[in-house]
Write a protein that binds this ligand. Structure first.
Ligand code: TYD
Length: 207
């Protein structure tokens, strides 16, 4: 059995990742390839429970190290129970966010640093990386408009952080892409969803 491909969508808030993940799954289904669409934090019952702890706005919140540990724990469950078995069964796995989000949000914007985030990832998920990470980049205006349309001003604990935090997230993603260009495809997410989808297919050589 040929191992399936592991594709992650990454980017800031309101980049359109979830829409693109669904459109890619439909395109793969049309081509007869089995695939699993999943998301982080979450994807398994245990990881969804950790998601609620991370993103809920009740209580005092987590300091950066605890936050990074919780993301790594959720990812560990997701990798062991869902991602690795699906890949081994020959399915594609399309994941809305993966470890590059921890590197950009906790490592970059949160100030933890990349080495600590990757050390947690090694322990939790044996350092598993996607075959390709599609980094969807949008202007600040597009991101704000989409996030507002979706959340109606009720952002989660991390989405609701200030503009300076989200600017650091965007520059951390850009730095990851620059440092590891072979792992990333950069996609302009400002266009309408159908055009962005065409760029996604082209990046995956599926056109
Ligand atoms: P979600 O509603 O899935 O956000 P979006 O639709 O914008 O992708 O919420 C996930 C939030 O968690 C988002 O603000 C990014 C953040 N996050 C991290 O900070 N680190 C991580 O490792 C992951 C996976 C997500």
């Amino acid at each position: 059995m040929t191992r399936g491909k592991f594709i992650a969508f990454e980017g800031g808030e309101g980049a359109g990742k979830s829409t693109q993940a669904r459109m890619l799954a439909a395109a793969l289904a049309e081509r007869g390839s089995g695939c699993v669409v999943t998301r982080e934090p979450g994807g398994t019952p245990g990881a969804e429970a950790i998601r609620a702890l991370l993103l809920g706005t009740a209580g005092e919140g987590w300091h950066p190290r605890a936050e990074a540990l919780l993301f790594a724990a959720a990812r560990s469950d997701h990798v062991e129970r869902l991602i690795v078995p699906a890949l081994a069964a020959g399915k594609w796995v399309i994941c809305d966010r993966f470890v590059d989000s921890s590197r950009a949000y906790q490592g970059g914007a949160g100030g933890l640093g990349d080495a600590d985030v990757m050390a947690l990832h090694q322990v939790g998920s044996q350092g598993l990386l996607p075959d390709l990470t599609l980094l969807i980049e949008v202007s600040t205006e597009t991101a704000a408009a989409r996030a507002h349309a979706r959340d109606g001003g009720e952002a989660d604990r991390i989405g609701g952080r200030d503009g300076a935090y989200h600017a650091r997230v965007a520059s951390a993603f850009a730095a990851l892409n620059k440092a590891e260009p072979e792992r990333f495809a950069r996609i302009d997410g400002d266009a309408d969803a159908a055009l962005v989808h065409q760029a996604v297919l082209a990046a995956l050589l599926l056109q």
